[in-house]
Design a protein around this ligand. Sequence first.
Ligand code: NZQ
Ligand code: ZN
Length: 391
Amino acid sequence: MENFHFQIPTHLYFGKGEERGIGAYLRPYAKKVLLHYGGGSIKKSGLYAIVTASLRDAGIAFVTLGGVVPNPRLSLVREGIALCRREGVELILAVGGGSAIDSAKAIALGVCYEGDVWALFNDDIVTGKALPVATVLTIPAAGSETSASCVVTNEEAQLKYGHTDNAVRPVLSVINPAYFCTLPKNQIANGVADMMSHIFERYFTQTKHTDVTDELCEGVLRAILKNAVKVYDNPQDVDAWYEIGFGGSLAHNDLLGRGREEDWACHGMEHELSAIYDIPHGAGLAVLTPNWMETVAPENQAIFGQFAHNVMGVQPSRDVEADIREGIARLRAFYRRIGLATTLTALGIDGARLEEMAKKATGAAFGDEYGQGHFKTLLWQDVLAIYRKAL
Ligand code: NZQ
Ligand code: ZN
């Protein structure tokens, strides 16, 4: 196990009716907030009315900015920064999913940065300075409600970059899983694929002696697999949503990766797909992940065997390679079971720009080939091979 530092400062308010307390929860942090949200699902569900009433009751002034789209855009982030400066906003409250939350985080960083906010993403400048961010989550998926990261699309440059700065880890997040019941099936599946990937990126490691986090990863994955099918078949199953909601936050609050080297190649490869083709992040991950697994499994059969046996329920045999193949086949079957595509073609992506994406994902396009991932560092030809295999 490697050395680690660990602190999870996000105060979670989890369960029935918690959203009604948002005004009171925010009072110690701000007198004026920006309420930031997406395309309107929060108005349909009644959450917007509840949150604004709670803010008013608590005496917190607010301005609003909606219109965040999946794969949130830099242009709206810039608009949000100008609005916050003009209005003297002290905290950004995102009500929605990963896109609204990430857009909020980027605004929070940008308000405290003198230069253009994109420089923070492009040049990976960690300022440690941001307005505080709080969230009310409406879709369990990205884990942004507890993470220190945000991912923004520069639509003009067709670049989608993540940026990590502890200053944007939310000070508090409210999760009432009852709000997940209105999610369309495709969003349920995309979210499940994303949260599972957040665990895979940590679980598949070359670090040895990681029993505690191995067990945590495997346990949370099994709980997600079990309950994902329940919410997919019956989106009104609130008990199952509680499990998925908690699992999705644990998947990405950093606990499961402590003491082990993390990978993140699938995320790096997927962001290229979303940047150009504007596909949902989770959908891209479901296609790439099994192909990545088949490519890198020979680098550490022990952990892939463990995955097959302890997560996918494969009976251990004498032939570990066969067990691994079966584990990956079961993962693909699970993705299909919840309606996810397992090829790029099915997502409407052809071979035309694969080389360009492989070069961007690895830095080769910019003359600095750092590669992707740590389990096995992939150079651009390796990434291209995975994209081609996934077609
Ligand atoms: O915009 P509205 O109208 O709210 O509709 C949204 C959106 O269309 C809808 N939705 C959300 N809650 C709903 C609902 N519809 C009905 N009922 C509800 N309760 O769902 C759609 C998707 O929302 P979005 O916020 O885009 O989903 P998600 O949470 O999957 O976020 C995806 C973004 O997060 C980034 C991804 O790259 C992607 O841009 N990620 C952020 C991470 C982080 N900050 O730590 C890590 C992840 O790896 C990921 O990269
Ligand atoms: Zn993700």
